[in-house]
Design a protein around this ligand. Sequence first.
Ligand SMILES: Cc1ncc(COP(=O)(O)O)c(C=O)c1O
Length: 434
Amino acid sequence: MVRKRMDFKNGVLFQKEYQQFLKSKFYYPDVDPQHGKRVFMDNSGGSLRLKAAVEAKVEAEKFPDCPERIHERSLYLKGLVEEGTKQIMEIVFGAKSGALMTELTASQTMFQAVGTIMENVKWGTNAVTSSIEHPSAYDSMEYYCEKTGREFRVVPANQVTGGVDVDEVMKYVDENTCLLSIMAASNISGNIMDIGEIVRRAREMNPDIYIVSDAVQHAPHGVMDVEKLGVDVMNFAPYKFFGVRGCGFAYVSERVATMRHHKLAGKNPDVWELGTSAPGNFAAMMSVIDYVCEIGTAEVKSDDKRAVFKAGMERIHLQERALLERMLNGTDEVLGLRNMKGVHVYVDTQDLTQRDLIAAIGIDGIGFTECVAEYQKRGITVYERVNTSIYSKRIVEALGLKGAIRVSPMHCQGTDDIDYFLKVTSELAQKYTK
Ligand SMILES: Cc1ncc(COP(=O)(O)O)c(C=O)c1O
């Protein structure tokens, strides 16, 4: 029986030995080989790398063979792309139909998807997104609204939760909305959006509406289920999901798959592969899938790999929720962020079941950038999202902030990592807060 998210509102930690075993499967979790000790808490900017994923990529890259030949090695490389495509669609996205789009980055998949929908769909006078989208989602919507002569509508964020409310979205969606794009979880607050309900309500109002969801932030923390959600497009970035840089993957629904798009004329209408894919990227992602399934195997006995993968992601989610709870509330021995004088946890909701493992914080008396440098001196890598950066200005301001230090650990890290981070934070707060 798989434990459900709601069953454990404060999460469930892995056994310590198991957590350390999982950590040992990643490169450099505690030390940078050149720069020494560091606890890596910037996984939202690019996660720790699974050794098996990097090795699988390297292995595939060793061979020069074109995957389009009849030789054994070529067939093997082609097989990686074919099997990888199938696994990403069925196991990661939970798709039963549609197609996989691959690009160099997740941002490129977003522009391709939004552009294809907005240029093919002839009806609709507006398109809707939210104020806290990553620039790839926000800017692509703005760009194609301008290009196709549609009104660009922006749903404001909920400044208390750091998310986007369903009722608020519905104030902007109408029967003339051709495309709605709302991210699956915020990369600043970690708030998980209720995409299922957003889709349901939007389609109730407008059954033909196209719906896109950027899952780059959420994918490494929870299950994606495009069938259950009913979205037309969902994307993720393997390098933020324990894997490698150099590719972005997106699911496109059947009705989007066959829209006129960039492809070779001789290929079938639903083919999105353009040119020769890198088999290593697919091999790396399959290693990530196997890793998650290994975690899932301890939770559920099933021959259905998607079910095992889901169980693995659910388990990861529970471990991360327990780490988040500890980071916010601390223990008898160490103060949590919520209880430290001079420390602010922004957009902090009590209900952790709707959050990924991210905290947006600030410390009185010290600027965000300087504070990140102070953390680094003490062996902790975190990152500031501030209103002087093109990536975060609109988003932090939409949340009513000037900026925040984003703390984003991941499931393979342990309570010792969180406690060390809390100890350093307390030290900084005492030093800088008057
Ligand atoms: C929520 C979200 N969407 C999209 C992206 C873009 O990913 P990429 O840089 O791989 O295109 C990011 C990257 O930070 C992100 O956090």
